[in-house]
Ligand binder design. Structure first.
Ligand code: GLU
Length: 477
């Protein structure tokens, strides 16, 4: 039974990298009919905040990523973590290191001036009982370090990257597994140790995470062996890069899922796009898909090794595809709160707002375009330069005057579009201009400019709320 997990640290809002890792885990779990679990890694007490946990869970739900069991809270498992460290100490695989921060700093500086890579030089690995007693008598605190033999060979078959190998010597020396604490205690357990203990306890079969964790995987494999725990399979997804090919970071502007949402991206488009950040569709499959579609065919053979460049054009394209295909009822659900935020009065008739969604839907790229484009339907727009010029065209005002004359005796209800078209033809004839001139002029009158959605539908919507006549009148003032 496949069991995977996402292990976010609640030290910030849901980041696109974490969300993409969530997507890959979820797709794999669903493809394998397995379980997708969550573990909140809140052991960094200073930086972890409950509101970040909330943000992460809400972001995942928004994206359509559901989980199968109650999330595990890492900080509640500290006893198990300490027990594992005790086991390592008992087996002689870990030891207390009494080196002070200052001594470690001097060590690193010496390495730097000798042009060596910084690493812990394992100086307290083999202290004699007398040496230990002397440090303790000085009142020194200690960290606990796990032994990493320089000649250890670490190998695994990565589902994305293929055969991997690391040498113990490249892991920075014996690794700290518990923070500094009085020498008779076990300080706070650290990331690599707790992840191994928790993944094993949760029976995780596949650890799927970003490539930035590869060196951690090497260390964790040593811990699995030291603690006699069964090994999971590992898959390291490529990093998400910016347009310049560097790791996407806060400096690139948007990185949090809620920021994408606030910018007007739909959950469907973001989930779709994140899947494409590193995974390519099998032949014959469209690039526009739902997570469910992707789960049916997802495997790691189609996950690329190379970093995935973030491409705004593609995301925008996907978002427009999603919005264009959205039924008006659903689009209205998304747009209504945004319209109400603007303090616009929505007409009573629900049919009117639905028709407005039908009109605007096909031209939206971002949801918030549906605010900008809806504005002239709720507020009388200013006359812009191109609109003003159109009114100066020969016959333009005459046509508007004729339209008004007709409408004032018998207003158009906006129901029958044929009637609207006939009114336009009549105005063109009366003013002695082409129908195109009347149409452009009407658009200028109604919207204040020459760009906009389908004219007859625009007019019909405004007519239905009695907003066409005042706008026509102001052109003649
Ligand atoms: N808490 C770690 C992170 O957010 C988890 C990494 C892992 O999946 O082991 O990067």
């Amino acid at each position: 039974m496949t069991r995977v997990r996402l292990a976010p640290s609640p030290t910030g809002t849901l980041h696109i990298g974490t969300a993409r890792t969530a997507v890959f885990n979820w797709l794999f779990a669903r493809h394998e009919n397995g379980s997708f679990l969550l573990r909140i890694e809140d052991t960094d007490k200073e930086r972890s905040k409950p509101e970040y946990t909330q943000n992460i869970l809400e972001g995942l739900q928004w994206l359509g990523i559901d989980w199968d069991e109650e999330p595990v809270i890492q900080s509640e498992r500290i006893t198990e973590h300490r027990n594992a460290i005790q086991t390592l100490l008992d087996r002689g695989l870990a030891y207390r290191c009494y080196a002070s921060e200052g001594e470690l700093e001097t060590m690193r500086e010496n390495q730097k001036s000798a042009k060596q890579a910084p690493r812990y030089d394992n100086r307290h690995r083999n202290l004699t009982p007398d040496q230990e007693a002397a440090f303790q008598a000085e009142g020194r605190e200690a960290v606990i370090r796990f032994r990493i033999d320089d000649d250890a060979e670490i190998r695994w078959a990565d589902l994305v990257r293929g055969p991997m190998s690391w040498r113990g010597a490249d892991l920075g020396g014996d690794m700290v597994v518990a923070r500094r604490a009085p020498f008779d205690q076990i300080g706070d357990p650290l990331y690599n140790l707790v992840v191994v203990v928790d993944d094993a306890a949760m029976n995780i079969t596949h650890v799927i995470r970003g490539e930035d964790h590869i060196a951690n995987t090497a260390k964790q494999l040593l811990l699995y062996a030291a603690l006699d725990l069964p090994l999971p399979t590992f898959a390291h997804a490529p990093l998400i890069l910016n347009a310049e090919g560097r790791k996407l970071s806060k400096r690139d502007g948007v990185t949090s899922i809620n920021e994408f949402r606030d910018m007007g991206y739909t959950a469907e488009a973001i989930a779709n796009y994140m899947t494409l950040l590193g995974w390519s569709v099998p032949e014959g499959m469209e690039e526009r898909f739902t997570l469910k579609d992707a789960a049916a065919v997802f495997d790691f053979d189609r996950v690329n090794k190379a970093g995935a460049r973030f491409d705004w054009d593609k995301l925008n394209w996907l978002n427009s595809q999603v919005l264009h295909a959205l039924p008006a009822e659903m689009l209205l659900q998304d747009l209504k709160p945004l319209w109400l935020d603007q303090n616009w009065n929505l007409p009573e008739s629900p049919g009117w707002t639905l028709d407005l969604c039908r009109l605007l839907g096909p031209s939206l790229t971002l949801l918030k375009d549906g605010v900008e484009q809806a504005e002239p339907f709720f507020l009388c727009p200013e006359m812009e330069e191109d609109g003003r010029q159109q009114l100066e065209v020969d016959g333009a005002r005459t046509a508007i005057a004729r339209l008004l004359e007709k409408l004032e005796t018998s207003p158009w209800t906006g129901e029958d579009s044929e009637e609207g078209k006939m009114l336009l033809a009549d105005a063109a004839k009366a003013a002695g201009v082409k129908k195109g001139v009347v149409m452009k002029t009407l658009r200028a009158a109604l919207l204040g400019r020459l760009q906009g959605p389908d004219l007859i539908t625009t007019w019909s919507l405004l007519a239905r709320i009695g907003q066409d006549l005042p706008r026509l009148r102001r052109c003649l003032d």
